[in-house]
Design a protein around this ligand. Structure first.
Ligand code: UT7
Length: 330
């Protein structure tokens, strides 16, 4: 039976490293608070006018090289981001142009922290139906330009970072590759983590009043996100494993969206697995939203945390709320 698999992965983060101490100079926070509550020690921020498309394009180049594929092999692009360069068109077409791809389709996905897993599920479906044979899936974000780096915005500002990750998805024969995935949402909680402007509800898309109130920047009810995340992560991990006919004991590594180290620790605890079975690298990148899973997956693979033939589970939770999981045999 035709399956799809990730044949190459790669990531890219901007050079500029911003430590917790750098943030201490901008707002009332401390390295100790950030490390204790989030596990984050540093993150990368873009400099100048670099957009999420630029980061995504570089990650895509690396994933293609890792897969041993050339740009001419790509027959579809899926770009997941909540921070596109422009309101429209989406970043996908910018990848098509920058990589010199044929006039292939380019789809944009806006499911925030779950964007990469949502995008991967679409790639899997297209490949399995025989429609495409080499799909480029990208998750990239520039969060730094949307953060309030004053004490008012400190809950968000210390969490987020910029970066990009990408995967090449190609056909393979079962039992390798993507075995199952699950996608969920709960819009009743949309305003618990959101960015309301610019908005099509507003004539002119944004008003001076909205700008003064900084409503063009993301806002979050951190405790609500935390509570839901620690429930939904284990739930969706169990769901995709059951759908794939596997058990937690068989899993080599869980690669969750990097939201907060305490969330990752809680997920390991609730699942009853040792902490080392849940990969975490938030310490060095912060929360990079749609980019965090492909960045983590690349680092985990490069560190030998899983090998060919191993069972790997991805899981994501974030704005929407939307959450998603994917089980694959690497
Ligand atoms: O991908 C999904 C995106 N979002 C998330 O994953 C976020 C999930 N939530 C979290 O990670 C945590 O809720 C936070 C890290 C955002 C906050 O941690 P917390 O342990 O839930 O803290 P809290 O919101 O309950 O705040 C505790 C205190 C408050 O002070 P008071 O009211 O107790 O005096 C905050 O004002 O910590 C204060 N605080 C800070 N202090 C220093 C909030 N942010 C900061 C900060 N530095 N950056």
């Amino acid at each position: 039976m035709l399956h799809s698999r990730i044949s190459g992965i790669g990531f890219h983060v901007p050079d500029r490293v911003v430590t917790n101490h750098d943030l201490e100079a901008l707002m009332d926070t401390s390295d100790a608070w950030i490390v204790e509550r989030t596990g984050i020690r540093q993150r990368h921020f873009v400099a100048g006018d670099v957009g999420s498309s630029d980061l995504g394009i570089e990650a895509a180049r690396r994933a293609l090289a890792d897969a041993g594929r050339a740009a001419r092999d790509v027959d579809f692009v899926i770009f997941a981001t909540t921070t596109p360069d422009w309101m429209f068109p989406g970043n996908g077409v910018l990848v098509q142009q920058a990589l010199g791809l044929d006039t292939v389709g380019a789809l944009d996905v806006r499911n925030a922290c779950s964007g990469f897993v949502y995008a991967l599920s679409v790639a899997d479906a297209f490949v399995r139906m025989g429609r495409y044979r080499c799909v480029l899936v990208i998750g990239a974000e520039v969060q730094s330009t949307g953060l309030d780096l004053s004490t008012d915005g400190r809950d968000m500002a210390v969490l987020f970072g910029d970066g990009a990750g990408a995967a090449v998805v190609e056909p393979t024969e079962a039992p390798r590759g993507i075995l199952s995935w699950a996608l969920h949402s709960e819009g009743a909680l949309a305003r618990e983590l959101w960015c309301e402007a610019p908005s099509s509800r507003v004539p002119g898309r944004i008003t001076t009043e909205m700008l003064e109130q900084r409503r063009q920047l993301p806002r979050m009810n951190g405790r609500q996100v935390f509570k839901n995340a620690t429930t939904r992560f284990p739930e969706v991990i169990h769901e995709v494993l059951a759908a794939a006919g596997h058990t937690l004991e068989e899993v080599a590594l869980i690669v969750p969206h990097q939201a907060n180290q305490r969330i990752g620790d809680a997920v390991a605890q609730r699942l009853g697995v040792p902490p080392e079975k849940v990969f975490q690298n938030i310490e060095r990148y912060g929360n990079t939203t749609a980019a965090s899973i492909p960045i983590a997956l690349t680092e985990a693979r490069d560190q030998g945390r899983f090998r060919d033939g191993d069972l790997v589970v991805l899981a994501a939770f974030g704005a929407g709320f939307a959450w998603a999981g994917c089980a694959m045999r690497w």
